[in-house]
Each structure stands twice: as structure tokens, then as C-alpha cells.
Design a protein. Structure first.
Length: 261
């Protein structure tokens, strides 16, 4: 399938591991030039070397998305890598799990900065250039929690809803400018995040981490968790010319986990 991504310039946030790196690979595979952003320079260097070893064009920017006051500078550094950004994949580590009333004000604020403001700020500094060129894609990796709350994830259940509302509103403003804004509600995926969640649950249940992972997988109609590449393939599609009439949508990639219509 011709995706129209050859030569496009992408920025993938949280790209040193997990879903972010899978997205970077998927976009590179389609011919995009990809900037990977993360806090971990050593991991970024290894990932970029891998991508270049496949014959793809990639580079990286080191930065902490939780430090929202520095995001404008990160956006500018990413823009300078290839002369602009056509595709932005907003992705950041999820908020911690825990009891509903256990979180402090500071934890709520930190989670809001990382989960919501990082996407809002990064997009704000890149989307106007996309609109001026008449083509752009903003894709937010969010979670099934925006459709179906998950026990023990009150921070995610709450704050990720704000991302969906913001993205929908933004999509209306830029729909006539050739820029689409969409979300992917990811289900349980075999990444480090799942291990963190399973560890948190195991500490309370007395089960092993592996038992908790198997318990989560059993809740999914497909009886397995997603491979990160399965999520990344949807990101590549939404970034492509084939998805030019999709905007303001939240697409669940969850193995059937969400029960609602």
C-alpha cells in the first residue's frame, strides 16, 4: 500500500523503548525521516544506530517531557533536524498506579504535566507550521482508560480523558488546513509499562508478577496482549495519505477489551 510517507519528517516522543520505538520503526519503514525524543541518550543512540543500520534515516533529541517549560526548545531542536516536522506522535510514560485516594497534590500535578501538558505544549509549537504547509498529522498515544476505566489507574483514567477532549477540539480548528489530529486508545501491550502495573498489583495481591500479567491477558477477548508493532502499524496508517479523511477520532487497538459500543 502506498502510504505517501516517503520523505516526510516525523517526531516520535518517548521513543527510546516500548511503543515509542515501535512507532519510530514503523514510520521509518514507510520512508519517513524520524526524530526520536527521550530522556535516555544512551538508549536513543542505540535505537538510532539500529534504524540507520536498516538503511533508514533517523536522529534523536534528548529531553524530558515532564519539564514542560522546556518543550518549546525541544520542538525547535526537533524541527531543525530535518527542516520541519510533518508528523508528531505524542507519547509519554503513563501515570503511576495506586489506590484512588493515595496520591498527593504533587503526584496529580506531575502526572498532568507528563500526560496532558507534554502533548499540548509539543503540539502547540509544531501544528501551526503544519497548517501553513497544508499537511500534517498529530497522533496521540493514549489508553483504553479513556473509554473504560481500569481499577488502580485513577490518574490515567482521569487525565487521559483531558487529552481526548483537547484533541477533539483541536481537530475541529485545523480540519480545513490539511492537518489531522487523532488518538489511539491502546490496550494492554507487552511493554515495560505492563511490568510496572503488574508489579504494583502483585504487591497487593500476593501473586507473582507473571501471574498478574496472565490475569490481565485473560480479560482480553483475544486472550493475549498486543505486540508494540501492532499498535505502531495503526500509527503509520493514521500518518499516511490513506487516512486523510480521519480526524478527531479515538481508535481503540485493544484486542476487544473495551466492552462499550
Amino acid at each position: 500500500m502506498e502510504t505517501g510517507l516517503e520523505g516526510k519528517r516525523a517526531l516520535v516522543c518517548g521513543a527510546s523503548r516500548g511503543l515509542g520505538f515501535a512507532c519510530a520503526k514503523a514510520l521509518c519503514r514507510e520512508g519517513a525521516r524520524v526524530v526520536l525524543l527521550s530522556r535516555n541518550e544512551e538508549a536513543l543512540r542505540e535505537r538510532v544506530e539500529y534504524l540507520k543500520g536498516q538503511g533508514w534515516e533517523a536522529s534523536y533529541v534528548v529531553g524530558d517531557l515532564a519539564r514542560t517549560e522546556g518543550i518549546q526548545q525541544l520542538a525547535e531542536r526537533a524541527r531543525l533536524k530535518y527542516g520541519g516536522v510533518d508528523i508528531l506522535v505524542n507519547n509519554a510514560g503513563g501515570p503511576p498506579a495506586g489506590d484512588n485516594l493515595s496520591f498527593t497534590y504533587q503526584q496529580w500535578e506531575d502526572s498532568f504535566r507528563l500526560t496532558f501538558l507534554s502533548a499540548e505544549e509539543m503540539t502547540k509549537h509544531l501544528i501551526l507550521d503544519m497548517a501553513e504547509r497544508g499537511w500534517g498529522r498529530v497522533i496521540n498515544l493514549t489508553s483504553i482508560t479513556v473509554r473504560q476505566p481500569v481499577t488502580g489507574l485513577i490518574l490515567s483514567n482521569s487525565i487521559r480523558m483531558a487529552v481526548v477532549g483537547w484533541a477533539k477540539t483541536l481537530s475541529l480548528e485545523f480540519a480545513g488546513s490539511g492537518v489531522t489530529v487523532n488518538n489511539i486508545a491502546t490496550g494492554y501491550t507487552l511493554t515495560e509499562r505492563i511490568e510496572e502495573l503488574a508489579t504494583s498489583r502483585a504487591e497487593k495481591s500476593g501473586k507473582t508478577v507473571q501471574e498478574e500479567i496472565e490475569s490481565m491477558a485473560a480479560q482480553i477477548p483475544m486472550k493475549r496482549m498486543a505486540d508494540p508493532d501492532e499498535i505502531a502499524s495503526v500509527v503509520a496508517f493514521l500518518a499516511s495519505s490513506k487516512a486523510s479523511y480521519i480526524t478527531g477520532s479515538t481508535i481503540a487497538v485493544d484486542g476487544g477489551y473495551i466492552i462499550g459500543m
